[in-house]
Design a protein around this ligand. Sequence first.
Ligand code: AMP
Length: 191
Amino acid sequence: MADPEPGFAVCVYCASSDGIAPRYLELADAVGREIAGRGWTLVSGGGRRSMMGALAAGAREAGGRTVGIIPRSMVEREWADHDSDELMVTDSMRERKQHMEDRADAFLALPGGLGTCEELFEVWSGGALGLHGKPVVLLDPDGHWDGLLDWVGGLTGRGFASRTPMERLRVVRDGADPVATALDACARPVG
Ligand code: AMP
């Protein structure tokens, strides 16, 4: 597999709430570091709370470039990441998501809540519809998303999808090095 071009950018979606188990922050930190280690750019929601903050801080500590994109209304709620190499403040959530999508060469979702779920579904369904050709990867080491994946997996059998949407999502669970495996999956072009 050819290495991606310099400047390859991965948009990572993940939790922004406090109170989650420390292992999720460790996961986000490891993903940020791995992105930086590959010389790639991190595109994120531009918050400094929770996993989103750990992700961007990890990437920068490892020498990576971070781009944060946050709606004006969330600058305080998510504590805007003013240490970002580039911090874009948008007028709306829709604009934020569009810029995040445009700036990325691949999408990676980690454990998260409703916001992460919504972001994942937007790029996943867009990919399944052929609206973009970028890889969409889900890194789920502890089964956080299992219930949702089971439900989507059942859509085809019940006639709600002609081809299984699971074909368009690369799911990485555990294994020797799930973070590296997930980022390898981000770099592999959609066939
Ligand atoms: P969560 O997974 O709920 O912690 O949210 C993760 C990120 O998704 C946060 O930065 C939210 O601002 C963002 N997000 C994106 N779209 C939405 C939406 N429609 N509703 C709530 N949060 C959203």
